[in-house]
Design a binder for this molecule. Structure first.
Ligand SMILES: *Cc1c(COP(=O)(O)O)cnc(C)c1O
Length: 219
């Protein structure tokens, strides 16, 4: 089975890197997947999932939560400010905190709700125009700003550019996290999660290698 195969590869990568067994969390990225594939993975006992759109997550996870205990939902896509509250009510973790305005909005809503999801700050390690994330040069100041807002910052997240060696980006992210005293590293996807684990990933986000190729929405 694909899920079991990925779990075995994660365990091997942990061992090869001298990491504690079980120290890497597998986030099964279920965006755009048919519901029966997601259900099959739930039936196999997996409970940690990732979605990149608030709307799409809202359409499937409240229902799954009524039928399966212990679901942990991670939002991993860019977050529009007007969706902040909905995202915070829906998710256990948000991996895409990437600008002061969003951080301030999260802090305000956390006060109202009396709770806040675990947060990761997304760093645009490749400094790509079209990609979300704080620039590496601005990361230290932004992390400090989030801490001043009392946000529960768990770690950093990155998505390397498609045409570059991902290990360089994973190493850069790990370095920024270390100098800021952050433990969490959300990095590594289907094609490169083993390399990410070797460089310290605590959360890998794996979609197509578990569920199969994403089925584009009809129409
Ligand atoms: C879709 C997505 C993934 C999973 O990608 P795969 O290549 O299918 O494993 C991981 N992270 C983010 C942010 C994504 O949007």
């Amino acid at each position: 089975m694909a899920l079991e195969d990925i779990q075995n590869r994660i365990a091997k990568a942990e061992a090869d890197a001298g990491r504690t067994p079980g120290s890497v969390k597998l986030i099964a990225v279920s965006k755009v997947q048919p519901l029966d594939r997601v259900e099959a993975v739930l039936e196999q006992g997996h409970r940690i999932f990732g979605e990149n759109k608030v709307q799409e997550a809202a359409g499937k996870w409240p229902d799954f939560r009524t039928r399966y205990d212990g679901i942990e939902l991670h939002l991993i896509g860019p977050l529009q400010s007007n969706k902040t509250r909905q995202a915070m009510e829906l998710a256990d973790a948000i991996h895409s905190v990437d600008r002061p305005k969003l951080a301030k909005g999260i802090a305000r809503i956390a006060q109202e709700l009396g709770s806040c999801p675990d947060l990761f700050i997304q760093v645009n390690t490749g400094e790509e125009e079209q990609k979300a994330g704080i620039l590496p040069a601005d990361a230290d100041a932004f992390i400090a700003e989030c801490r001043d807002l009392d946000l529960p910052i768990h770690g950093l997240m990155c998505i390397p550019p498609v045409d570059e060696e991902p290990a360089l980006h994973f190493a850069l992210l790990a370095k920024i996290a270390e100098r800021n005293g952050l433990d969490g590293l959300s990095m590594g996807m289907s094609a490169d999660f083993e390399s990410a684990i070797a460089l310290g990933a605590t959360h890998v986000r794996v979609g197509s290698a578990i569920f199969g190729d994403r089925v584009p929405p009809a129409g």
